[in-house]
Write a protein that binds this ligand. Structure first.
Ligand code: G3I
Length: 322
């Protein structure tokens, strides 16, 4: 009965997205037996931590860091800057842009410093490029200016010289305009000597899409730029848009999902060593997945079912490591 982390040992981390209310019982069993890395699904985002200028709530991120430390789990930090999780007080901020910039610098440096030596890597900026391309119009672009992404990476680096710094985004294998703009952004950062170590490809995918070749092409572009690649939020929908909806995980879709997990893991496993880091699945049990709330159809996107039992997808993950 080989476990995911043992099968991938010495090669890359196998991670899971977690939250403080899912660390006991079956969650704890799987986190300690199958995984060796965690990402906070929500609780290291700005809205959780940042109550106001100089005012921080460390309760939940600290609890996750303590759990990981106690159980020898690597920690990937997610995410310092993301337009979706901006605290309410910040969205209504009426001070000057200079004040806003000071607040952001303080925030990034305070969070990164607090966990220096404990957190291996951070998603510094998350989802800054639009679907279909173009830099996303956010409060950060508006108030910090077009070089805001560079500034955020620099502040993070000043706070911790050793932590790995990632840019993280979704759907770039399938959306080539978006993909081009992500790499244009990275080229610009690298040309300006901005400290970026890696690229997070979220990998919220389905049994149909993207194809192996599409994923490979995206990964290759990251490797051409000497970036560490993190498959940072993997899940595989079995009821994607455009397909007939099934009300249960049929044998056919279960098999297709196993193949997709195998394909993704196999592809990741072929990345040259210094550029491998982790594959992180975005949750543990199917019924806890964000996919269930997001789409108006049932789904079973993860590796374990509602009773914490391994699915065929788990077999596929192991097969990808052969
Ligand atoms: O914690 C509160 C809880 O106190 C409250 O009772 C409950 C009521 O709705 O909400 C809880 O907060 C929710 C939080 O997840 C924790 O479960 C938020 O409403 C909900 O919006 C939040 O959703 C998360 C979402 O990011 C937004 O932060 C999802 O769980 C999480 O899977 C999702 O993850 C994102 C990645 O960070 C970035 N990439 C895309 C991915 C999927 O959207």
């Amino acid at each position: 009965d080989v476990n995911l982390k043992d099968k991938a040992a010495g090669n890359f981390f196998v991670g899971a997205a977690v939250s403080t209310n899912r660390l006991t019982g079956g969650y704890n069993d799987l986190l300690t037996n199958e995984f060796n890395s965690i990402t906070a699904e929500s609780e290291m985002k700005m809205r959780t931590i940042f109550l106001g200028p100089g005012d921080y709530d460390w309760t939940r991120p600290d609890a996750l860091v303590e759990y990981a430390t106690d159980n020898n789990l690597n920690i990937h930090g997610h995410a310092l800057v993301w337009h979706v999780e901006v605290p309410d007080w910040m969205t209504t901020f009426t001070g000057s842009n200079e004040e806003f910039e000071q607040i952001m610098e303080d925030y990034i440096k305070t969070v990164v410093t607090r966990y220096a030596g404990k957190i291996t890597s951070w998603d510094v900026v998350n989802e800054a490029i639009n679907d279909g391309g173009g830099v996303r119009n956010t409060i950060f672009l508006d108030k910090l200016g077009p070089d805001y992404i560079a500034k955020c990476f620099q502040w993070a680096r000043e706070a911790d010289p050793d932590v790995l710094l990632f840019y993280n985004d979704y759907n770039t294998p399938a959306d080539l305009t978006k993909q081009n703009d992500v790499y244009a952004l990275i080229d610009e950062l690298q040309a300006d000597n901005v400290p970026i170590d890696g690229l997070g490809l979220q990998m919220h995918i389905s049994i149909d899409s993207p194809t192996r070749q599409q994923i490979q092409d995206d990964v290759d572009k990251a490797l051409e730029r000497n970036l560490i690649v993190h498959f940072s939020e993997l899940d595989v929908r079995v009821n994607p848009d455009g397909r007939e909806i099934v009300g249960t995980l049929t044998e056919e879709r279960d098999f297709d999902q196993r193949l997709k997990y195998k394909e993704v893991v196999d592809l990741y496993n072929d990345i040259p060593d210094p550029f491998k880091y982790a594959i992180t699945v975005w949750g543990i049990r199917d019924p806890d997945s964000w996919i269930i709330n997001q789409y108006d159809r049932p789904d079973w996107p993860l590796l374990f079912d509602g009773s914490f039992n391994r699915k065929s997808a788990h077999t596929g993950f192991l097969e990808g490591l052969e």
